[in-house]
Design a protein around this ligand. Structure first.
Ligand code: 2P0
Length: 320
């Protein structure tokens, strides 16, 4: 009745922003992401019929705030009649700072809970269960370049290109640590309810997905760079035009963006993307990784830099 699983966060190149069904947490738009290699969350789940309630520890500390969401996810995987569980989560990167910690956490949680409960869900089902807990978590079930598509009352998720077939490098510039001001779930609803650009955002997404899919199929870096930066800035424009406005960037985020622009002008194959947080993620060809790292590390205000390749999807650990 116990198991452990590991999953990595993913970074969307064509973003998920907005929900079409808040009850089942279904996204309003499809998305395309890359799963990272070196940042990870390990989840240990143990069901025990003698326990009176679920418990959760995150990086050694009890986490009552996240517990209801984890309990609902366990109900979805193992059924309402399940035994209560002890859940222990360890991440090797800062949580709740726009680095998709919920994606790696819930992807690892559903894989561990499925094994611990012996429910034997298929991969597609696990992606849907992870997505119900956190939309982006569905993508971390898979590795490499991953597309999530809306399909009726569920999502269809698949790897478009394996990590080893187009091994890009991601350099994450941490410009501020600590939890974000507005959580994504609330921010998405505010955008849908108030942003004059939201409807256009949803309408244009399939064109961006087509463009990114084609760029990935052809391993065309400049083409992928152009659509990814466009889609990122469009998502942030939706947020900026919301009421109240949601601006996740700080001055250092902009300094990093300018550093990426300077590198592009020098012919370095790199592009940026930014999620619901102030960190800038630079995606580059591995041959440029050292230069990109050095440039971002020496950009004023950057607190730390993390470098990673692309990795595999969520998986069980045998030392469970
Ligand atoms: C993404 N983000 O595609 C986008 C870009 C943030 C900006 O998916 O409400 O934490 O739990 O389904 O998965 C963050 O959203 O949101 C996210 P919920 P989630 O990566």
């Amino acid at each position: 009745m116990r198991a452990a699983a590991r999953a990595q966060p993913n970074i969307a190149l064509v973003k998920y922003w907005g929900k079409r069904d808040t009850e089942r947490n279904l996204p309003a738009v499809g998305s395309i992401s890359i799963t990272l290699a070196d940042l990870s969350t390990t989840m240990r789940v143990e069901f025990d019929e003698t326990l009176a309630g679920d418990s959760l520890r995150v990086n050694g500390q009890p986490s009552d705030a996240m517990l209801p969401r984890v309990s609902r996810c366990l109900d979805a995987v193992a059924g309402q009649e399940r035994s209560r569980a002890t859940v222990v989560s360890e991440s090797n990167f800062p949580i709740a700072a726009g680095l998709a910690s919920s994606a790696s956490a819930f992807a690892a949680l559903v894989v561990a809970a499925d094994a611990a409960a012996g429910t034997g869900h298929g991969r597609e089902q696990l992606a849907n269960l992870a997505g119900m807990a956190s939309g982006s978590a569905a993508r971390s079930i898979y590795g490499g370049f991953v597309e999530l598509a809306n399909a009726g009352d569920h999502v269809a998720v698949a790897t478009l290109c394996a990590a080893e077939d187009w091994p890009l490098t991601v350099v994450v510039a941490i410009t501020a640590s600590g939890p974000k001001v507005v959580g994504s779930t609330q921010a998405m609803e505010t955008s849908r309810d108030t942003s004059p650009f939201y409807a256009r955002w949803v309408e244009q997404q399939s064109a961006d997905l087509d463009e990114a899919r084609a760029a990935i199929g052809a391993q065309d870096f400049p083409r992928l760079a152009a659509v990814a930066e466009h889609n990122c800035l469009k998502m942030h424009s939706v947020m900026w035009a919301s009421r109240p406005p949601m601006v996740y960037w700080n001055a250092t985020t902009l300094e990093c963006m300018e550093a990426v622009r300077d590198m592009q002008a020098d012919g370095i194959p790199v592009f940026f993307t930014i999620d619901a947080g102030p960190q800038l993620k630079a995606v580059c060809d591995p041959s440029a990784a050292a230069a990109v790292r050095e440039r971002l590390e020496t950009t004023a205000g950057v607190e730390a830099v993390m470098v990673t390749g692309l990795g595999e999807g969520a998986r069980l650990l045998t030392d469970g």
